[in-house]
Ligand binder design. Structure first.
Ligand SMILES: [Zn+2]
Length: 69
């Protein structure tokens, strides 16, 4: 779960908007966040459960999006 600030208040999301381009699975915030916080670069590279690597970057509202590497 993640609470993000939007102009009219806050919004809570269980799932990020990051979708694996290979298997189309929605990637949970927990899978991304710890890696993203530790990494000092953006985008980061994570391994999906389909065993392929995808790139993940954070949007201006603090959500994540995934893309094919
Ligand atoms: Zn996948």
């Amino acid at each position: 779960m993640k609470t993000i600030q939007i102009p009219s208040g806050t919004m809570t999301l269980a799932e990020s908007k990051a979708v694996c381009p290979h298997c189309e699975r929605h990637i949970q915030f927990e899978e991304i966040e710890s890696k993203y916080m530790k990494a000092d670069k953006d985008p980061i590279r994570i391994k999906c459960k389909c065993k392929r690597f995808i790139g993940v970057t954070m949007t201006w509202i603090g959500d994540f999006v995934a893309f094919e590497l």
